[in-house]
Design a protein around this ligand. Structure first.
Ligand SMILES: Nc1nc2c(c(=O)[nH]1)N[C@H]1C(S)=C(S)[C@@H](COP(=O)(O)OP(=O)(O)OC[C@H]3O[C@@H](n4cnc5c(=O)[nH]c(N)nc54)[C@H](O)[C@@H]3O)O[C@H]1N2
Ligand SMILES: Nc1nc2c(c(=O)[nH]1)N[C@H]1C(S)=C(S)[C@@H](COP(=O)(O)OP(=O)(O)OC[C@H]3O[C@@H](n4cnc5c(=O)[nH]c(N)nc54)[C@H](O)[C@@H]3O)O[C@H]1N2
Ligand code: SF4
Ligand SMILES: [Mo]
Length: 671
C-alpha cells in the first residue's frame, strides 16, 4: 500500500526492463527514488546506474540545465549565457521561419532517439517536425533498422514478439546477439534465471548471461549467417525440420534447403569458430522445443546485418517454433502492438508531402552540406553516439548552421548549439511507458516540481510552434488529453488515475501466443523465407550463409556494445557512475596482448583509416582471439576529445541504410 508521500512511477530509459519505481518523500521534502517492491520486473531494486543517477545528477540543480542558454563563444567551446524562454523561442522561431521561406522545411534537419522512451515526450515532437516538413535523421538507422526491415519482410512485423509470460511453456530459450546481463538486467536476473528452460547464448563475448547459459556459442563476429545455416544443416540431418509447418505457413524453403548440403557443422566450425559438436547440440535443443528465440540488436549491426537477421529468422519457421505457447521470437514488442496508433501520436496526416528521412550514417556529410541550414537535436547526443565523430564535430562547428539542442544536461552535442533548451526529467511530468519486452503499460507520474525553468519536450515544441505562428490544433493537444487517449487505445476504459494507482498493468491480462493465428502481414500472408520483395530491398532473393571476412594481418574486429554503468551516453556525467566505470578500457584476449607485447593496464592506441583513440588495456578471456571490446557512449574528455566512435566510418549494413558498427577493424599497438 502506498501512502500520500509515496508515488509510483516508471523508468523510461531505453531498456528492456521498464522498471517500476517508488518515489518516497520525507517530511522535509527530500525525495528518494528506489525500485518498487511490488513491481514484478524490478522487485524493489533499480539497476546500479539508475539508482545512483536518479538520486544525484538527475535532480542536481548544479548539474542539470536550469535555463535556456544562448551561445556566446565559438561553436563547441561551451560558452553560453542564460536567456529567457521568450527571447530564445522568438529568435529560434524567426530564424526557422526564414529558412522555411527561403530554402524549405527540408533544410531543417532533426535528430532524435530514445533519451526518454515515454510515449508523449518521446514522440509528440514529431508532430511539430511533420508539420514543418523537416528532414528526419531516421533514428533506427543508428541502432536496429536492418533487423526491423528484415523481419517485416519475412514475418510482416518486427514489433510483435513472443510474450515473455509464455516462457513457462518453453524447454529452451535461445538468445542471439543480445546481452541481457547489461541491457536488461532484471530480465537476466529473474525472467531468465528463474526459468527451467535450457539456455543457449550466441555471442562473441562471454558476458554474464553467456557464462550462465547451458550452451554458449562463441562465434566470431559477423558469422551469424553461416552459424544459422550450419544449425539448419544439423536439424535437417536429424530429421528435425518441420516440413508440415513450412508447407502450411512459409514460402521459399526450397531456396534454403538447396544451400544446406555444404553447411555441415564441421564447415560451420571453420567459418564461425564454434565447435561443430556445440553447433549440433544447440541446433537439436532448439529444434526440439518448445523454444523461444530472443533476437538481440547487437548482431544486426554488421555488414551482413540484414542477411544475418533473415538467416537467424529462418530457425523458428524451419522448426515450427511459432504459433504455439512457449514458442516464437522477439526483437522488440512495440506499443503499436498494444493498440497504440503511431499515426495519432505523430499526427502523420499533418504532412502531405513527407521529406525522405536520411540515415545516421550520412549525418556528417549532410551537416557539411551548405544546403543544411538548421539542426535540432532532442532526446539524443550525436557528438557521442553517431559515426564519423571527428568529421561530425567539425561539421557542427559551421557558424552558418543554426543548432538547437534540447537536453537535461550540457552534453558534448549541446556544446555546439546556438541555443540549449532545458528539458524536464521523467520525474517531473506525467506520461506513459510501455516496455519493449514485456506487455506492460506503466504510469510515469510527476513526483517533483520541474527543476529551474526546464520543460517537458512536448511543451517546448508547443511553445516553439506558437512562436512560429503555426496554428494546427494537433500541435497543441494537452498532455492530459493525449494520456487519456493513449491509455484508452491500449486498454479500453483505462484512465491515468487508475494506472497511477497500480503503477503497471500487464495487458492483455493473459499471455498472448505470438502468431497464434498465423496472420503474417506479408504480401502473400505467409512467412517469406525468400522472394522478390527482398530483391527490391537490395538483398538476394534468399538468405545465404554469410560470414564477414576477418580483418587483415594482425588487425582486430572492434565490438562496442552497451556498458553496464551507462545508458547509451546517459549517466556519463554522473561522478558516482564514472567511478564505477573507472578508466576507459579496451578488453582483449591475453594471447592477443602477449603477441603484441602489451601488458595488462598499459595504454593502447586503436587506429584505423577513420581515426584513433587511446585506452587502457584490460586482458580478458571473455573476449575471443581476433576481437577487441570497448564499450560505447563515454562522454568525450578534454584529453581525448573523442570516444570509440572516432573509429566508426559509418559504413552501412546490407539493408535499410542501417549501421554496421560491429564490423569495424582496427590495428592495436602500445601507445
Ligand atoms: N560505437 C557505438 N556507437 C553506438 C552504438 C554502439 O553499439 N556502438 N549503439 C548505437 C545505439 S544502439 C543507439 S540507440 C545510439 C544511442 O545514442 P543516442 O540516441 O545519442 O542516446 P544517448 O547518448 O543516451 O542520448 C540521449 C540524450 O537524451 C537526453 N535526455 C534524456 N531524457 C530526455 C528528455 O526527456 N528530453 C530530452 N530532450 N533529452 C533527454 C540524455 O540526457 C542524453 O543526452 O547510439 C548508437 N551508437
Ligand atoms: N546498460 C545499458 N543498457 C542498455 C543500453 C546501454 O547503453 N547500456 N542501450 C540500450 C539500447 S539503445 C539498445 S539498442 C539495447 C541493445 O541491447 P542488446 O540487444 O543486448 O544489444 P547490444 O548490447 O548492443 O549488443 C548485444 C550483444 O551483441 C553482441 N554482438 C556483437 N557483434 C555480434 C555478432 O556479430 N554476432 C552476434 N551473435 N553477436 C554480436 C555483443 O557482443 C553484445 O554482447 O540495449 C539497451 N540497454
Ligand atoms: S535503466 Fe533499465 S534496469 Fe535501470 S532502472 Fe531503468 S528500466 Fe530498470
Ligand atoms: Mo539502441
Amino acid at each position: 500500500m502506498l501512502d500520500r508521500t509515496t508515488i509510483r512511477t516508471t523508468c523510461p530509459r531505453d531498456c528492456y526492463d521498464a522498471c517500476g519505481i517508488v518515489v518516497r518523500k520525507s517530511e522535509d521534502g527530500a525525495i528518494n527514488v528506489v525500485g518498487d517492491p511490488e513491481h514484478s520486473v524490478s522487485r524493489g531494486a533499480l539497476c546500479g546506474k539508475c539508482s545512483i543517477a536518479y538520486n544525484a545528477t538527475w535532480r542536481d540543480p548544479d548539474v542539470r540545465l536550469m535555463h535556456p542558454l544562448k551561445r556566446i563563444g565559438p561553436k563547441g567551446a561551451g560558452a553560453f549565457e542564460p536567456v529567457s524562454w521568450d527571447d530564445a523561442l522568438a529568435d529560434i522561431a524567426s530564424r526557422l521561419n526564414a529558412i522555411r521561406d527561403r530554402d524549405g522545411g527540408a533544410a531543417i534537419l532533426h535528430t532524435h532517439y530514445t533519451g526518454t522512451c515515454s510515449l508523449i515526450a518521446g514522440t509528440f515532437p514529431l508532430r511539430f517536425f511533420n508539420r514543418i516538413g523537416a528532414t528526419e535523421v531516421d533514428p533506427d538507422t543508428v541502432c536496429n533498422k536492418a533487423g526491423h526491415v528484415a523481419l517485416q519482410l519475412m514475418y510482416g512485423d518486427s514489433m510483435r514478439g513472443f510474450d515473455p509470460r509464455t516462457i513457462d511453456g518453453s524447454e529452451c530459450v535461445m538468445i542471439w546477439g543480445a546481452n541481457p546481463s547489461t541491457s536488461a538486467p532484471h530480465i537476466h536476473q529473474y525472467w531468465l534465471s528463474e526459468s527451467r528452460a535450457a539456455k543457449i547464448v550466441i555471442d562473441p563475448i562471454r558476458h554474464e548471461t553467456a557464462a550462465a547459459a547451458d550452451i554458449h556459442l562463441q562465434l566470431y563476429p559477423g558469422t551469424d549467417g553461416a552459424l544459422a545455416f550450419a544449425m539448419l544443416h544439423a536439424m535437417r540431418a536429424a530429421g528435425r525440420i518441420d516440413q508440415a509447418f513450412l508447407a502450411a505457413h512459409a514460402r521459399g524453403w526450397e531456396e534454403i534447403d538447396c544451400q544446406l548440403d555444404v553447411c555441415t557443422p564441421a564447415w560451420g566450425e571453420a567459418m564461425t569458430g564454434v565447435p561443430a559438436r556445440l553447433i549440433e547440440d544447440a541446433a537439436l535443443l532448439y529444434a526440439t522445443g518448445p523454444s523461444l528465440l530472443w533476437m538481440g540488436q547487437g548482431f544486426q549491426r554488421q555488414s551482413f546485418g540484414g542477411n544475418a537477421m533473415r538467416a537467424v529468422g529462418l530457425l523458428p519457421a524451419a522448426t515450427g517454433n511459432i504459433g504455439r505457447y512457449g514458442t516464437g521470437f522477439l526483437y522488440l514488442n512495440g506499443w503499436d502492438a498494444r493498440g497504440v496508433d503511431p499515426a495519432y501520436l505523430t499526427a502523420a496526416h499533418i504532412n502531405q508531402t513527407p521529406v525522405p528521412a536520411i540515415s545516421h550514417m550520412d549525418l556528417a556529410s549532410r551537416l557539411e552540406s551548405p544546403q543544411t541550414k538548421a539542426l535540432i537535436t532532442w532526446n539524443n547526443n550525436i557528438a557521442v553516439s553517431s559515426p564519423e565523430q571527428r568529421r561530425l564535430r567539425r561539421a557542427l562547428e559551421r557558424e552558418d548552421l543554426l543548432q538547437v539542442t534540447l537536453d537535461l544536461f550540457q552534453t558534448d552535442t549541446a556544446n555546439y548549439a546556438d541555443y540549449v533548451l532545458p528539458a524536464a526529467s521523467f520525474l517531473e511530468f506525467d506520461d506513459v511507458v510501455m516496455s519493449y519486452f514485456n506487455f506492460s503499460v506503466s504510469a510515469q507520474v510527476k513526483a517533483m516540481p520541474t527543476l529551474g525553468e526546464s520543460l517537458p519536450n512536448q511543451e517546448i515544441f508547443r511553445r516553439l510552434a506558437r512562436a512560429m505562428g503555426i496554428a494546427d490544433p494537433d500541435l497543441f493537444e494537452t498532455d492530459a488529453s493525449m494520456l487519456e487517449k493513449l491509455l484508452g487505445q491500449a486498454k479500453p476504459g483505462l484512465t491515468s488515475r487508475e494506472l497511477a494507482a497500480s503503477g503497471t498493468i500487464f495487458y492483455p491480462a493473459n499471455p498472448v501466443v505470438q502468431f497464434e493465428h498465423h496472420d503474417y502481414k506479408t504480401r502473400s500472408g505467409q512467412i517469406e523465407l525468400a522472394g522478390s520483395d527482398f530483391i527490391d530491398a537490395g538483398l538476394p532473393r534468399a538468405p545465404f550463409p554469410s560470414a564477414e571476412a576477418r580483418p587483415e594481418g594482425s588487425d582486430l574486429r572492434l565490438l562496442s556494445p552497451a556498458s553496464k554503468w551507462l545508458m547509451n551516453s546517459s549517466f556519463g556525467n554522473d561522478p558516482k557512475n564514472l567511478k564505477q566505470l573507472g578508466v576507459e578500457e579496451a578488453f582483449m584476449h591475453p594471447d592477443e596482448a602477449r603477441a603484441r607485447g602489451i601488458a595488462n593496464g598499459a595504454r593502447v592506441k586503436l587506429t584505423n583509416s577513420t581515426g584513433e583513440i587511446t585506452l587502457s588495456l584490460a586482458v580478458s578471456t571473455d573476449v575471443p582471439m581476433g576481437v577487441i571490446l570497448a564499450h560505447k557512449s563515454r562522454w568525450v574528455t578534454p584529453d581525448t576529445e573523442v570516444n570509440v566512435n572516432a573509429l566508426n566510418p559509418g559504413n552501412k549494413a546490407d539493408l535499410a541504410n542501417s549501421c554496421a558498427v560491429h564490423s569495424i577493424n582496427v590495428s592495436v599497438a602500445a601507445a
